[in-house]
Write a protein that binds this ligand. Structure first.
Ligand code: HEC
Ligand code: HEC
Length: 383
């Protein structure tokens, strides 16, 4: 009876284009605004358009983000029906308040199993020019990536056929697919596109860093809204030589790898976690021995809350991460050149305690409260 009623209400909403009324399938299960949230802001900060951020956008022409598409993606992202026993959604391991990552070393899947690597933060995943996903980059597009977790035997445990059947069985989806794609037909391709649109909509550009950056001509200048400590940390991050000494960024400068103002690296690197290969990383996928131990790094935005850090979650805190770069970098055969000194050995900047604290303070200016709290990224389900 309930289904018949829901179906009738849906028909009315579609045919008459009336706003959803209480008792319709959307209002019964979801809290969504009548006019969709804005997932397609018209303007991003100047430092995104002038710098190397927008040029790194991996959005394909076939799947631009739309407000209705990202809305559907948001519902899918939070829907427990996407796991075999309906116990986890994407958001279980990608939590809004935690930079869309999580705070356990290895994430816990639908049956309590542990993932092989630490969850990745999703802020600005869109601004990775080569468009590959996962720590080892095994997915060549985001549209391909988004249904791996659904099929992963540890993470969500569904087949693609069961996924489409599950989604089709929920009364709230036909209208959401209709709005997003102009037809209520539910297909695997549309599920992929909608999830990818939602992930791409998670853009971070309103952190204290961005507020300060808008007030100066170049990132190298001290930011008026920063404390002296945060500005010092920024100078170290950027490898700026002490004023008046001239020269380029110091070897090992964070910015040589985490290089764009989306704070995502242009490609995978080995950052000297181990002297030998403990996880094949990108090389395990490509078969290229020169890429063994190379990993993609997620954007350094919204780090707080999603530690432990690195692909294996080996560092509990940002202070430990900074200790690693200070004097812990190991001479892996594929150690990336950015972390080698002129003699070919790993750099050892040996930061003072004060410099370490400044670096951590700077990293914390990359936390974006808008990403962490904006309703458009939050759980839409009535639980
Ligand atoms: C049980 C935990 C878990 C669930 C559920 C989960 N993920 Fe993940 N996610 C991870 C882990 C762990 C990684 C890193 C895995 C790796 O690289 O080997 C990851 C990586 C990713 C990445 C790659 C980010 C990048 O920059 O390369 C994306 C995107 C992503 N997940 C999206 C999703 C979506 C969409 C869903 C739901 C359909 C989802 N995840 C469900 C744990 C999870
Ligand atoms: C050689 C390039 C390179 C340099 C230079 C570099 N990093 Fe990294 N960074 C990486 C890579 C690659 C990863 C991911 C490594 C992994 O997990 O295996 C990473 C990971 C991180 C992470 C953890 C990200 C996460 O989501 O877990 C933080 C934080 C970080 N780096 C900060 C810094 C800071 C601060 C500096 C400067 C002191 C720095 N990096 C210098 C390449 C670099």
């Amino acid at each position: 009876m309930k289904n018949v009623f829901a179906f009738a209400a849906l028909g009315v909403a579609v045919l008459a284009c009336t706003p959803e009324k209480p008792g319709d399938p959307l209002a019964e299960f979801l809290v969504l605004p009548e006019v969709p949230y804005d997932y397609t802001p018209e303007s991003l900060p100047d430092h995104f358009s002038q710098g190397n951020v927008l040029s790194a956008d991996n959005t394909p022409l076939t799947n631009p983000v739309t407000d209705d598409g990202a809305t559907l993606g948001r519902v899918l992202f939070y829907d427990l029906h996407l796991s075999k026993n309906q116990s986890v959604s994407c958001a279980h391991c990608h939590q809004q308040a935690k930079g869309f990552g999580d705070d356990v070393r290895f994430s816990v899947g639908f049956e309590g199993g542990a993932t092989a690597r630490h969850s990745m933060g999703l802020s600005n995943a869109r601004f990775y020019a080569n468009g590959t996903f996962f720590w080892d980059q095994r997915s060549s597009t985001l549209e391909e990536q988004v249904l791996f977790p659904v099929q992963d035997p540890v993470e969500m445990g569904l087949t693609l056929d069961t996924l489409v059947a599950r989604v089709s069985a929920q009364p709230y989806y036909p209208i959401l697919f209709e709005k997003a794609f102009g037809s209520d037909e539910i297909t695997e391709v549309k599920i992929r596109r909608a999830l990818a649109q939602f992930v791409r909509s998670i853009m971070s550009y309103q952190s204290p860093y961005d507020i300060g950056r808008a007030q100066v001509a170049t990132p190298a200048e001290p930011f008026p809204n920063f404390t002296a400590q945060e500005n010092q940390g920024k100078a170290i991050f950027m490898g700026l030589p002490p004023p008046g000494t001239g020269g380029g960024p110091a070897p090992g400068a964070c910015i040589t790898c985490h290089g764009t103002e989306a704070f995502i690296a242009p490609g995978p690197r080995n950052n000297g976690l181990d002297a030998t290969t403990t996880d094949a990383g990108v090389g395990g996928i490509t078969g290229n021995p020169g890429q063994l131990g190379l990993f993609k790094s997620p954007s350094l935005r919204n780090l707080s809350g999603r530690g432990p850090y690195m692909h294996d979650g080996r560092f509990a805190t940002l202070a430990q991460v900074v200790d690693h770069y200070s004097n812990g970098v190991q001479n892996h055969p594929n150690l990336s050149p950015e972390l080698k000194g002129p003699d070919g050995n790993p750099v050892q900047p040996n930061f003072t305690p004060q410099q370490k604290a400044a670096l951590v303070a700077f990293l914390e200016t990359l936390n974006d409260p808008v990403v962490a709290t904006n309703l458009k990224f939050s759980d839409p389900f009535i639980r």
